[in-house]
Design a protein. Structure first.
Length: 403
């Protein structure tokens, strides 16, 4: 009887171990979710411009006119003229300034948007068209960044789309298309916040520095970035990026130096706001009382009274948002909202708070998260709030006060 011999084990000599290089972090790709958000943005822009065209036909400056004005004419309202005059003539043309009778206090406006407007004007000769183009491109960047922040925070692709919907159909969404600073600021601030979420502090600080050149709100964003850094930095490698957080202070320092060289006043922009827009300091309860009186005591025309009622409502919404953020321990975002409310809520009366809600990205993300838990929230928002946005758009485009 033969016994089969088991096969001899074969020794396999493995190649020496070589550590593979760590893959570099990939940049986020422009995927289907981003394309959907951008398509929503384009559709809402079409709606806004249809509204603008209808307004120019239905409410011309001259009731007897047989020709409709330019499609761009309704957008040339209010603060647009300040940005335009700065872009065309600078801050102190021909030696004029706060010492000149009838001065327009243009130094209250930071230079970021006027400089961008002047640069784009080199390519687009029509000033209003250049302003509209800036807001169109910047708004697209902003809504994409908002959707990505929402998807990251809510961990849901649908959350990004919903945040974009709430944002694009907000009551003051018309200002995202106007030649105003909101779109340009958000196009810098939201990518800055997204970069901070990913730990890219040099990019976050650089974008925030540029945002500070557009609006003073950039300083509140800078404060939120510092707090976010302190709460999340875990090792020495992260703390090596700490010096970058001082960069956003450069813009207001340079602007203050420029104003001081021409007026002798480092805070000339703040004093211009006080002269032109009653933004001198008042206790919060005094500001509330003054706004309440303008809203409900029949001291103002009905249109203005309604706008002050909107100011009160927007301020209350900000307080509720602040409490929600603190309860959820989202302290950096809470600091940003708190500083914004303090700045807007300590003037003689409230001004531009509804328009400032566009800059409260935690609000749109919170609404998106709420709608994911309760689907009816989105439908109620669309049916109730979207018509308000149309009213505000018509109010602004016809030259009445809004925002």
């Amino acid at each position: 009887m033969s016994v089969s011999t088991p096969p001899r084990p074969v020794t396999v000599h493995a190649p020496p171990f070589r550590a593979e290089p760590r893959p570099k972090p990939r940049r986020p790709r422009f995927g289907p979710a981003d394309r959907e958000v951008l398509s929503l943005y384009v559709l809402t822009r079409i709606g806004i411009w249809i509204t603008s065209g209808a307004v120019s036909w239905l409410f011309p400056d001259d009731d007897k006119s047989r020709r409709a004005p330019s499609l761009l004419s309704p957008w040339q309202q209010w603060d647009w003229w300040h940005y335009l005059h700065i872009a065309q003539d600078g801050y102190f043309p021909d030696g004029a300034g706060p010492w000149t009778a009838g001065w327009d206090n243009r130094e209250a406006f930071f230079p970021g948007f006027p400089l961008t407007l002047r640069a784009v004007h080199v390519i687009v000769p029509h000033w209003a068209a250049a302003g509209a183009l800036i807001s169109l491109v910047a708004g697209g960047v902003a809504v994409l960044a908002l959707a990505r922040i929402a998807r990251r925070q809510l961990r849901d692709l649908e959350g990004g789309r919903r945040a974009a919907v709430f944002f694009l159909l907000s009551p003051c969404a018309v200002f995202l298309a106007a030649g105003y600073t909101e779109s340009l600021f958000l196009a810098l601030a939201l990518p800055a916040w997204l970069a901070a979420q990913r730990g890219n502090w040099p990019a976050a600080a650089t974008l925030t520095c540029l945002a500070c050149s557009v609006r003073v709100t950039g300083l509140f964003l800078a404060a939120a970035l510092v707090l976010h850094f302190v709460l999340t930095a875990r090792d020495r490698a992260a703390w090596r990026s700490a010096p970058w957080l001082a960069l956003p202070a450069l813009t207001p320092v340079l602007y203050g130096w420029f104003l001081s060289a021409r007026t002798g006043d480092w805070m000339a922009w703040k004093h211009a706001q006080e002269r032109g827009w009653y933004r001198d300091f008042h206790a919060p309860w005094e500001a509330w009382s003054n706004t309440w009186e303008a809203a409900f005591h029949h001291t103002q025309p009905t249109g203005y009274a309604l706008m002050w009622q909107a100011e009160l409502l927007a301020f209350l919404a900000g307080v509720v948002l602040l409490v929600l953020l603190v309860r959820r321990r989202r302290l950096p975002e809470a600091l940003y909202i708190a500083l914004t409310l303090w700045a807007l809520g300590t003037s003689y009366w409230y001004t531009s708070i509804p328009r400032s809600t566009l800059l409260w990205w935690p609000l749109w993300i919170a609404l998106a998260g709420w709608s994911l838990r309760r689907p009816r929230v989105q439908a109620v928002y669309l049916y109730a709030v979207a018509p308000v946005g149309v009213v505000v758009a018509i109010t602004f485009l016809t030259g009445r006060w809004a925002g």
